[in-house]
Write a protein that binds this ligand. Structure first.
Ligand SMILES: C[S@@+](CC[C@H](N)C(=O)[O-])C[C@H]1O[C@@H](n2cnc3c(N)ncnc32)[C@H](O)[C@@H]1O
Ligand SMILES: O=C(O)c1cccnc1
Length: 354
């Protein structure tokens, strides 16, 4: 068959029409702990669906054929490798490099909680209302369904609060390893504040590399820092970044500005500027939107999260371009934005200098 026929518009629209099967299958394998069962502390031996089920305690009615259907779909999206017996009688599955990100490492971290967090019932109920973000951007679809914003919703539900912290740790620790290998902008800093630091992982990792940092301030919502683990040298401070930010020689922030409107970002940036001495810097890691639109994995990952933000967190929060960040910084007391630099394909480091 010719390639042009394979990529025919009908096939493309059928793929798009049923695309929801992909994240929901991903969510299913995480719920069933399939990545951990296959990974087995690094063995990654190919297992059949029946072997996966027998390695767990799912009960006698668990259906291997249905699990195999899910594994085949996710194989086509690069999560599993499929190994077929020569006579075609049995299919076995191991984890690809992508799939390995779902298996818990020696510290129990993985992207699995991020998958669960994004597909929990509270989020799923908001998705059918994406069009309402166009018709009336004054309320997030999440708020239309639940009557309040996600962080206040999590704040009342300890399990959701914990899941959010685990999701952030699992996604942020691998990024921070790469970030600390390639970036040396913390030299000479003695007090570092992490704005929106969740459980404190980012700060802990920065401080274990930069011994000059004597004090780390992990600043987040009161109900989040209440549950954060105690870490030597780190003070957890509860508060609202829109009101004020504790002082430091430098401020670090990651995955924050995207979930606020332009006016809110200016207020947060101004509060950062007020918390810094002259010449102090704000090191912000944010996804940076490319100007052009294409079908690359990076563009898709960024544009997908942009819709997630619009639906859940802030209808007018968004992924921004470097130029947009430069203008926000200028308006808020940061005359210089140092040329950004890419650590991985998702986050970019922006250094705002006061
Ligand atoms: C997407 S998470 C990023 C967490 C962490 N920086 C990371 O990259 O792993 C956003 C964080 O901002 C915190 N946050 C939300 N609203 C806040 C506010 N008004 N003041 C302080 N922190 C806030 C959340 O509790 C959450 O920990
Ligand atoms: O994944 C999340 O929940 C998320 C990501 C970016 C900003 N706020 C929340």
């Amino acid at each position: 068959m010719e390639r042009s026929q394979i990529n025919s518009p009908t096939l493309a629209i059928m793929e798009l029409a049923n695309l929801i099967s992909v994240p929901m299958s991903l969510n299913a394998v995480v719920k069933l702990k399939v990545p951990d069962i296959i990974w087995q502390d690094g063995s990654n031996n190919p297992l059949s669906a029946a072997e996966i089920l027998s390695a767990a305690t799912f009960g006698p009615s668990a259906d291997a054929e249905n699990l195999q259907r899910i594994l085949r779909l996710l194989t086509s999206y690069g999560v599993f490798n499929e190994h077929i017996e020569e006579d075609g009688s049995e299919r076995r599955y191991s984890l690809t490099e992508v799939g390995k990100a779902l298996a818990a490492d020696e510290k129990g971290l993985s992207y699995a909680p991020y998958i669960l967090q994004h597909h929990q019932d509270a989020m799923m109920l908001a998705w059918p209302l994406v069009h309402e973000a166009v018709l009336d951007p004054s309320f997030e679809p999440f708020v239309k369904v639940h009557g309040e914003r996600p962080y206040s919703y999590y704040g009342k539900n300890p399990q959701m609060n914990l899941l959010m912290q685990k999701a952030m740790s699992g996604a942020s620790v691998p990024f921070m390893k790469a970030f600390l290998d390639g970036y040396d902008g913390f030299q000479g800093v003695e007090t570092l504040v992490d704005v929106g630091g969740s459980g404190g992982d980012c700060l802990r990792m920065i401080m274990s590399k930069y011994k000059s940092i004597k004090k780390g301030v992990n600043f987040d919502l009161a109900e989040v820092v209440e549950k954060a683990p105690q870490i030597p040298g780190i003070e957890h401070v509860g508060g609202d970044m829109l009101k004020s930010i504790p002082p430091g020689d430098a401020i670090f922030t990651k995955w924050i500005l995207l979930s606020w409107t332009d006016d809110e970002c200016k207020q947060i940036l101004k509060n950062c500027s007020d918390a810094l001495p002259l010449g102090g810097k704000l090191i912000a890691c944010e996804p940076l939107l490319p100007n052009h639109t294409d079908d690359s994995r990076r563009s898709r990952a960024l544009l997908q999260e942009d819709i997630f933000l619009m639906t859940m967190y802030r209808t007018k929060g968004k992924h921004r371009t470097e130029m947009e960040y430069r203008e926000l910084g200028l308006a808020a007391g940061f005359p210089n934005l140092k040329p950004n630099f890419h650590i991985d394909h998702f986050f970019t480091v922006l250094e705002f200098q006061k």
